[in-house]
Design a protein around this ligand. Structure first.
Ligand SMILES: *Cc1c(COP(=O)(O)O)cnc(C)c1O
Length: 860
């Protein structure tokens, strides 16, 4: 019989142990081992049984044991210390509190969050990144207020069929069994969020709060009695269901999310966010809701749009056009028009925000960019790819000038770094972790000490892998009698390569299988064997991905290699920690440039692992020739099969001739000196860069604080700034066709220009109805390509000299001939306003009708 409803009955803690409840309900425990030590002490065996889930622990612990602890003076003292430590952590001023003009609060929206294995509300990199973002924000005192959805079944858990086919399971999570608190009104009734739907329906949600250190995370949950059964299922699972289901989720996240923030701030007195950061396009409707709020407070649509844009940050996470979130426009029309229209927000304006090349599609990423004054990708290479991908939104501008920047991802060290390694860092290099400086101190630590930690972490991985392998084989129907070999599967002293990821095709799970014989000989090398630990989930609808998993599993099932290569089902944060800590080498072989950033290799690096990776995402930026290995990419080769073959061959060669040689090259004392040299170099060169703390500082300094300032400038005096900026935009856009570059002349360079000469430039510009203040006139100059195109030009603002009565203005400036070779220049006009974030902001640009200057000779 199945229960029609389930809930969790919580333990009532003895008064003396009340602080235990406080500790359990702040997820800081997930990166604070002293607190989890205390949980373990409550009941060590049970702690293992519940998979280190403190809520489950308190739910299952024998009340007699609790009474015993309530009288245990030593335990109570430790509990009091831990509780004091948490209170200190929650209130002490941090880095952020030293900044002038920083945002009072920042709202952060994401469809998924990877905080802890015990809160399975993530599918992969996007969620893990969001979780690390919140934790690093908490550590640095960045006042983020985060919003997401609570999925009743999370993503899915994975097991294997006897044939090695992925099976998905959707266990019911009950919010009462998770470290969450229901948000209530002062009168004790649960807070209700409502989002209207067409035909008089509505979507209701309650709000759960997960406390992630100092950061509250609000999770909307549609499983409430006010909803019809379809609406109840909106938050059933992460990335499940069809387009309609996804739209419902995104409406709840974006529109409902802003309403959730308003309710939370009203009830708790939390300051209202000044900046709204949307992690990928899924939460993009939040901008529409904020426009609605402002238009109902008497701003026009255009004024509200400016006010919203100024305070919004949009981060794009995919370089794959197929990965962009899009809807058929009829769906948007139906949900924001007709009987469900918002009176002050015309549906045509909404459609225009999401318009893309395909007239039938509404594009969430494009809307995200139009609703945010600041946009970034997640590695330098991804920034470049994104500028190329979205350049049509800024026609006429060079791809370099497309206003999409980048902040490279990072990882939260206390979450991902093995305890022994954290302790070593803490002892030898106080405050090293999450600090940019001081990493050179690594060099002072002895090879022997780091190697010993590496061995401990590898042994832990081997033991954990055996346990998981055994469970997996039992699930596949094997009896214990057949599983004796698992006791010797993997070897704690063999070079261990880790490979774990989601399984979209660009990540190429099976590249290593390209030449099975070659792989087999690497695994079984009598002197220098290699072992490989693999994990990953395919999206439930991705049959191709499941086939790849099956190929790996079938290969790993062979009795001759099964002790050297294993596939571990159900990749989650706990397995991710085990693998990134214990692997000597972290393998990543995506099709360049399709991996936006990647973060698992960063986790490995912080644990003293070495990366062996295609130069994609973050690795393209920070590989320095000796901090790991770059698998040569054949991204010029058009035939994908040939490309795979070339890259696989390079991979085998690297493992055979570089990686395992180094690992097994031992000194008289048994230590791999050359290996340790590389490990130390990896820690010192990558350590400070890959930290989520570095990432958060970058977000705060280059995006959040400027966005807060811009938002304030537009909001002051009842939005006087927004009104005047919107009016300016309208006026400039209307008058722009009248702007022309009429005449350009250069003097000062003779027939044989030499580097170091200067060129005086004068330009006459027809401004039409605009004033000189409305525009910026610039010289663009530098190297020219074969078709006279300027390549990565420099820009120099020309200064207004005088203006005529007929709307002509004269400009002048001095251009340095700062490079040899073919050199060219031109003049351009762009709109100019102090509140614009980039010259491309309005997407308007005027250049001379005829190309102007080329120095035909070659500069010497
Ligand atoms: C780190 C991590 C990811 C993201 O890793 P990528 O390198 O971006 O693929 C995904 N899932 C889990 C469980 C992780 O720990």
């Amino acid at each position: 019989m199945r229960a029609i409803r389930r809930f969790t009955v919580r333990t009532v803690l003895p008064r003396e142990l009340a602080a235990l409840g406080e500790l359990v309900h702040n997820l800081r425990w997930s990166w604070h081992p002293e607190t989890t030590d205390l949980f373990a002490e409550v009941d060590p065996r049970l702690w293992e049984q519940v998979g280190h889930d403190p809520v489950a622990l308190l739910g299952a612990v024998d009340p007699a044991r609790l009474s015993e602890l309530a009288a245990d003076r030593r335990f109570l003292r430790r509990l009091a210390d831990a509780a004091d430590d948490l209170r200190e952590y929650m209130t002490a001023p941090r880095w952020y509190q030293t900044l002038p003009d920083a945002a009072g609060a920042i709202a952060y929206f994401s469809p998924e969050y990877g905080i802890a294995a015990a809160l399975p509300q993530y599918s992969g990199g996007l969620g893990i990144l969001a979780g690390d973002h919140l934790k690093a924000a908490s550590d640095l005192g960045v006042p983020i207020l985060a919003v997401g959805l609570l999925y009743r079944h999370g993503y899915f858990t994975q097991s294997l069929s006897p044939e090695g086919w992925q099976l998905e399971h959707y266990p019911s999570l009950d919010a009462g069994g998770l470290p969450l608190t229901l948000l209530k009104e002062e009168d004790g009734t649960p807070v209700k969020i409502r989002v209207g739907l067409p035909e008089g329906r509505a979507l209701h949600a309650q709000l759960w709060v997960a406390q992630v250190g100092r950061v509250p995370l609000l999770l909307l949950d549609s499983d409430v009695a006010d909803n019809d059964s379809a609406a109840r299922d909106v938050t059933d699972r992460l990335y499940g269901g069809g387009t309609d289901h996804r739209l419902m989720q995104e409406l709840l996240l974006g529109v409902g999310g802003v309403r959730a923030i308003r309710a939370y701030c009203r009830i708790t007195g939390h300051p209202d966010p000044e900046v709204f950061h949307t992690n990928e396009g899924h939460a993009g409707f939040l901008g529409l809701e904020r426009i609605r709020e402002l238009t109902e407070a008497r701003l026009s649509f255009d004024e509200a749009l400016e006010a919203v844009r100024a305070g919004t940050v949009f981060t794009t996470h995919t370089p794959v056009p197929a990965g962009i979130d899009r809807f058929p426009i009829e769906m948007i029309e139906r949900h924001f028009g007709g009987d469900n229209a918002w009176p002050t927000v015309p549906v045509e304006r909404i459609l225009a925000l999401g318009a893309e090349a395909d007239p039938g599609r509404f594009n969430m990423a494009v809307m995200g960019m139009r609703l945010a004054q600041r946009v970034n990708g997640v590695s330098e290479l991804h920034g470049e790819v994104s500028r190329e991908m979205f350049k049509n939104l800024w026609p006429g501008f060079d791809v370099d000038e497309v206003p999409i920047g980048s902040i490279t991802n990072g990882v939260h060290a206390p979450t991902w770094v093995g305890r022994e390694m954290m302790e070593l860092a803490g002892r030898e290099l106080p405050l090293l972790i999450e600090r940019a400086r001081g990493w050179d101190g690594i060099q002072k630590i002895s090879d022997a000490e780091i190697w010993e930690i590496r061995r401990t972490l590898r042994r832990r991985l081997v033991e954990g892998a055996r346990a998981r392998l055994r469970r997996s084989w039992r699930d596949r129907g094997a009896s214990d009698a057949e599983l004796g070999w698992i006791d010797d599967a993997l070897d704690p002293d063999v070079l261990t390569i880790g490979f774990a990821r989601r399984v979209p095709s660009y990540k190429r799970l099976t590249l290593m299988l390209r030449d099975p014989e070659r792989l087999r000989s690497l695994l079984l090398d009598p002197d220098k064997p290699v072992q490989i630990v693999i994990a990953g989930k395919a999206h439930p609808a991705d049959e191709g991905g499941k086939k790849l998993i099956q190929q790996i599993v079938k290969f790993a099932d062979h009795p001759d290699v099964r002790h050297r290569i294993v596939f571990l089902p159900d990749y989650d944060m706990a397995l991710g920690q085990l693998m990134t800590q214990g692997s000597d080498v972290w393998l990543n072989n995506p099709l360049r440039p399709l991996e936006a950033s990647g973060t698992s290799g960063m986790k490995s690096a912080l644990n003293g692992g070495l990366n062996l990776s295609i130069r994609d995402g973050w690795w393209d930026e920070w590989y320095d020739g000796t901090n790991g290995w770059a698998i040569p990419t054949a991204d010029g080769v058009a035939d994908p099969d040939r490309r795979d073959e070339l890259e696989a061959a390079a991979l085998y060669d690297l493992i055979e001739h570089e990686v395992s040689d180094r690992f097994y090259d031992r000194a008289a004392d048994g230590l791999p000196r050359r290996w340790m040299e590389m490990v130390k170099h990896t820690l010192t060169s990558l350590g400070p860069k890959v930290l989520a703390g570095r990432m958060l500082r970058d977000y705060v300094l280059s995006l959040y604080t400027p966005a807060a300032k811009a938002g304030r400038a537009l909001a002051a005096d009842s939005h006087a700034g927004a009104r005047s900026f919107a009016a300016w935009r309208l006026r400039v856009s209307k008058a722009w066709p009248g702007v022309r570059v009429e005449h350009v002349e250069a003097s000062g360079v003779g027939d044989t220009p030499e580097v170091g000469n200067v060129m005086e430039l004068r330009a006459t510009i027809a401004l039409g109805d605009l004033a000189p203040d409305d525009v910026l006139v610039q010289a663009a100059y530098g190297r020219v390509g074969p078709h006279d195109e300027l390549v990565h030009p420099g820009y120099l603002a020309l200064t207004p000299v005088d203006s005529d009565d007929d709307g002509r203005a004269h400009y002048a400036g001095v251009v340095p001939l700062d490079r040899t070779g073919a050199f060219g220049y031109t003049v351009r006009v762009v709109p100019h306003h102090p509140l614009a974030a980039s010259p491309a902001e309005l997407g308007l640009l005027t250049v001379p009708e005829e190309p102007v200057g080329m120095t035909n000779g070659t500069l010497r």
